[in-house]
Design a protein around this ligand. Structure first.
Ligand SMILES: [Ca+2]
Ligand SMILES: [Ca+2]
Ligand SMILES: [Ca+2]
Length: 351
């Protein structure tokens, strides 16, 4: 058997690791040469060079040839790149000084220079008013990314509020490590991108005009002409005459209590009311004190991004005590008459 030249194909980068994907990227990102291997396939970007090496131990190597995609063999001189995307086949062989020709080896490699396509989404729909979109500090943002067909696949999403410092996250709705949240109240912009396994970074996009609302609504009683006891403090609600000697708010069956709430940023979505042992229900109209003896009312409110206010507790006692009536005897001037007894008359007779 003839001894022939052995040609080795060496790429200028070694084994690619996920670690080659940067933990942070910015607007100054520059792609480097990356080789990625998955499921029996080799992927590179066009920054990768292919170098052919060969040795012959007997009479020495004469030259190396290579061919691309089944074409004619050419003399190899120096490392080369593959600029066209897609699957390529590099065939290569050595010639020694004894006119022995190596059986050509073939290396299939996929060139991917296309970055993933990206969108940004939230786990719950944003509240939109005009051109402004509102979210809360709980709203979870994530990048969805799709790499080009036949490409190396998405490696990471990037999200951040500083275009020069986007941190690596997972991507897609299901990935636990994909979620990003905004922590401070007010106007915010979110920058996002994604990278594939050979370092192609999508253009950094921005989702702007976002207002983060972290403040829940304030709940209040609409009726404003009497005192009522709320927790341990008195608040005005129809009139202070109706607080009894035990400090209870006595209301009549002809009254009702109305609630309101305000919210500064995203605005009020709804007020919820719970009466006695009932469930919290959306508040639609004032509550009449018509059926129970005691109204233990709990109220809270939710803004348009889901911030829930503290629950306020109010207790009202309905006047179920019958009036007490008296009869009095008076003269024409309204003076209460003395009641004379037989004894009185006898006493006056003895005088
Ligand atoms: Ca030889
Ligand atoms: Ca790609
Ligand atoms: Ca709010």
């Amino acid at each position: 058997m003839k001894k022939i030249a052995l040609v080795l194909l060496v790429m200028t980068v070694g084994v690619a690791l996920w670690a080659q994907i940067p933990e942070t990227v910015g607007s100054d990102y520059v792609r480097e040469a990356i080789h990625y291997y998955e499921d029996g396939k080799d992927y590179v970007n066009s920054d990768v060079f292919f170098r052919l090496d060969s040795v012959d131990y007997e009479t020495g190597l004469d030259y190396i040839q290579f061919a691309l995609d089944g074409g004619e063999f050419m003399l190899y001189k120096k490392p080369f790149q593959l600029l066209d995307e897609g699957l390529h086949e590099i065939s290569y062989r050595g010639h020694d000084n004894s006119r022995n020709v190596e059986i050509a080896k073939t290396y299939p490699v996929i060139v991917d220079n296309t970055a993933p396509k990206t969108t940004i989404s939230t786990d719950v729909p944003l509240y939109t008013r005009g051109l402004v979109r509102y979210c809360s500090t709980e709203t979870r943002w994530y990048v969805s990314a799709t790499d080009n067909a036949g490409g190396a696949g998405v490696a990471a999403g990037y999200i951040g509020t500083d275009v020069d410092f986007l941190e690596a996250y997972g991507w897609g709705e299901e990935a636990e490590d994909a979620y990003f949240t905004l922590s401070s109240e007010g106007l915010a912009s979110i920058y996002y991108s994604a990278i594939d396994n050979v370092g192609n970074l999508a253009p950094i996009n921005v989702a702007g005009g976002i207002i983060v609302d972290s403040t829940p609504p304030d709940v209040f009683i609409e009726n404003s002409s009497r005192l009522i006891r709320r927790d341990s403090e008195y608040t005005v609600f129809p009139s202070e005459d109706f607080v009894d000697d035990q400090g209870r708010i006595i209301v009549s069956t002809s009254e009702a209590v109305a609630f309101g709430a305000t919210d500064d940023l995203s605005g009020l979505d709804a007020i919820y009311v719970k009466v006695n042992d009932g469930e919290f229900q959306k508040y639609v109209e004032p509550i009449q004190f018509s059926s129970n003896e005691t109204y233990d009312i709990q109220v809270n409110a939710v803004d348009n991004v889901g911030n829930v206010s503290e629950t306020m507790s109010y207790v009202f006692y309905v006047d179920k005590i019958d009036p007490k009536s008296e009869l009095e005897l008076i003269d024409k001037d309204g003076v209460l008459l003395e009641t004379l007894t037989e004894e009185d008359l006898q006493n006056s007779g003895s005088l």
